[in-house]
Design a protein around this ligand. Sequence first.
Ligand code: GLN
Length: 476
Amino acid sequence: MTSPAIGPRPDSITAVARSFSRMRELRAQDRDGLNLVLSHDQERAAAQAREVQREMDSGVELGPLAGVPFMAKDNIATLHLPTTCGSRLLEGYVSPYEATVITRLQRGGAILAGKTNCDEFAMGSSTEHSAYGPARNPLDPSRVPGGSSGGSAGVVAGGIVRVALGSETGGSVRQPASFCGIVGVKPTYGRVSRYGLVAFASSLDQIGVFGASVHDAATVLEVIAGRDTLDSTSTERPVPSYREAAAKTMKGVVIGRPREYFASSLDPRIAALCDGALAQLRELGAVVKDVSLPNTDLAIPVYYIIAPAEASSNLARYDGVRYGRRVTGDGLSGMYERTRSRGFGAEVTRRILLGTYVLSAGYRDAYYKRAQQVRTLIAEDFHTVFTAGVDVLFTPTAPSTAFELGAKTDDPYAMYLSDIFTVTANLAGVPAMSVPIGRVDGLPVGGQFIAPHFGEQAMFGAAFALERALGARAHQ
Ligand code: GLN
């Protein structure tokens, strides 16, 4: 599945045609219900492929993804396909501008083949909170692909495209990557421009990458990373070659194994796969060290205060005036009320209510401010281990494999717990990625590398080494 490595396609027209025929093939196998793609335009993609082909044939130097089809989560703004965020409120909405990541990929000759299903406004862990119906896991359609970027993970796992874009606020790339047996990367906060990413929780949001292999994901990140004057939080730091991290040796690399991520409650089969992966890295010369990130258990409560608080503010703009759908009502406030109560689904409504509550007078200091203070402690945990000589951390990505559809929809708290190992990196702003490390009951399990701020190269180095060492066992 992972070779040969992605690179400029000698034949971009065939590459695009193959993506669309794979999509049709899945439908013909009665896998219609996978519901991974919300919109696509084959004619436009084919025209783009012909244009890229012409340029390549006439010797124009395009990027490393020239002629490669990709898909993007439906909360990333695109000019010609709708950007619905999986919400009724934005049904049919076409953005007047394009996200920087889309511009960069297309400028390098990559071809947008479609927009993918996601939890409404990226709030969820299973892609069941999409207003357009749940997406399913191509490896087992009775199960979820993870979320909120489940559609993007699914199109890569299903072989429709080799690479796709997702977004992360609290694990929405890494957790679905783990559930679908592929690679998922969340870069350092500020590494990739958020311009054109529909805001959920701005201090946490970051665009991430899915790939069929570490090399594929590294290639996409290289193209999209870097300063963008349209996003003031994007950094000036130069972008190193992540692909070159493949040559890094593991000799003497210190890998931290945080004990809080390997508590006795962790599924022993997932723990065993993680320890197997660590043993491989040790054999390659890495030094594995037990470490502690003592504030880990506070991450879920802190995240579910900060993220809804920011969301309640960001989602105030959907008022029926400026974006998307309007439902008229009694006067202006009646219109607001009906637009928002009919446009937003249950989970988004819950988050807005929760966020408004924790920011309200009298509660702000008790909840929001306190959560910010604990967030600092969580970031300091990482800082402490990284300054004490740990190069990268290794943990499970998620506490379980892909669960059955409907298993957690009636219990929001159980759903939130599936982010337990991923939200920490978002709260601290550090980069993290999930790589397949094996299977439990035939379902994929991901292992997670976490690195210091802007330590993507070290993280990719370890991921390349592990991928090579595990070989086919990563998918068995
Ligand atoms: N599952 C988490 C949530 O529901 C994270 C979502 C995300 O990363 N976009 O908020």
